[in-house]
Design a protein around this ligand. Structure first.
Ligand SMILES: [Zn+2]
Length: 348
């Protein structure tokens, strides 16, 4: 697609498949704290138990790792990274409905996003979520030691940029369809163009709503204020790393010329963020993990949004900051100094 804006934006080879699972609680499900952490724990544990015969063996044989979907999804290889941080090929988006408890019969949904051309993992994703619900369960254990069970009601591919939706599986179906609604860079540029037009009508004010904890790092320190620069920088670096590690090529950009000067000039005009400190537990690392991050919203303004918007739009798709596999770093962009409540992107 032609880039219709005046600042060149490199072609970004990344794609993402956004898979939504709508499930029905079969027994009471009670989450404690951050739902994303519990979902990721159940997902990783079930995937390993179901599909990785080497799960108990350490160290894992490199040949096994080369062919095992569980190991590939869960343990990105240090050796395979050429630049940047290790970026896993998926993200989890927990329910954003503010609820901690679901009674039997209640529906909830969560999303898994696969980055790059990773549809070979899709059948494992379906089987893992099905087993998660039927065998391991999610959330806290009840008095008899059982976690909440659920059954899959439907699975859909969704494209938040185009609004398209594709049914992949309905309860009772024996056939699963492959996702065919990839989120592409062309769609990101179109959406960024629409947002740019809307910003022109809103005094160039952009609201960023942090829906799950956004934990950004700067110089080895966590960023506890709503500065714009770390968000922009880490959105760009994440998209570059994901492209390099999961889409075959790292886009050619010069951060110090194409990004940083523009990000530096963005001003924070309203800060309604707060720090949410929450704790999770990593079964694999056998220690507690700190997942806290910024929540709430902040309004920013600059004269030159155009070079930054495609990256921020991609960041909305791929999530930004730490603990993304656990559902952190979900944000939404909105033109204007928002006074409305954010729309709920999980549709609940
Ligand atoms: Zn394995």
């Amino acid at each position: 697609m032609m880039n219709t804006t005046n600042q060149p934006i490199p072609d970004i080879p990344l794609t993402a498949h956004h898979i939504r699972f709508t499930v029905r609680a079969e027994t009471p499900i009670a989450f404690h704290g951050f739902k994303g952490s519990a979902l990721r724990g159940a997902f990783a544990g079930t995937l390993r138990r179901a599909f990785c015969p080497e799960a108990q063996r350490q160290p894992v044989d490199p040949l096994h790792k080369a062919i095992c979907p569980a190991c590939q999804l869960l343990d990105a290889e240090q050796a395979s990274r050429q630049y940047g941080d290790i970026r896993r090929p998926y993200a989890i988006r927990p329910p954003l409905d503010g609820k901690q408890n679901y009674l039997p019969g209640e529906l909830l949904h969560f999303d898994v996003v696969l980055f790059g051309d990773k549809l070979t993992y899709f059948p494992y994703l379906i089987m893992t979520v099905q087993r998660m619900g039927a065998e391991a369960g999610v959330g806290r254990r009840d008095q008899s030691g059982q976690r909440g069970r659920f059954s899959i009601q439907r699975v859909e591919a969704i494209n938040p940029l185009t609004g398209e939706l594709q049914s992949l599986l309905e309860a009772g179906d024996s056939m699963v369809r492959l996702p065919a609604l990839p989120i592409t860079h062309a769609q990101v540029l179109t959406a960024a163009g629409r947002l740019l037009t809307a910003l022109e009508q809103q005094n160039k004010c952009l609201t960023v709503h942090c829906r799950t904890p956004m934990r950004l790092m700067s110089g080895g320190q966590k960023v506890e204020t709503a500065e714009f620069f770390p968000l922009a920088k880490q959105a760009v670096l994440r998209v570059l790393d994901l492209s390099a590690q999961h889409a075959g090529a790292r886009p050619d950009i010069r951060l110090k010329e194409d990004i940083y000067p523009f990000a530096d000039r963005v001003m924070l005009v309203k800060d309604e963020t707060h720090w949410w400190d929450l704790k999770g537990y990593s079964g694999r690392l056998e220690r507690r993990q700190v997942l806290g991050g910024l929540m709430g919203r902040a309004v920013y303004r600059t004269e030159e949004w155009q070079p930054l918007l495609p990256w921020l739009m991609w960041g909305q798709i791929v999530q930004v900051g730490k603990n993304i596999v656990k559902g952190c770093g979900i944000y939404q962009l909105e033109a204007g100094a928002a006074i409305t409540n954010p729309t709920n992107d999980s549709g609940t």
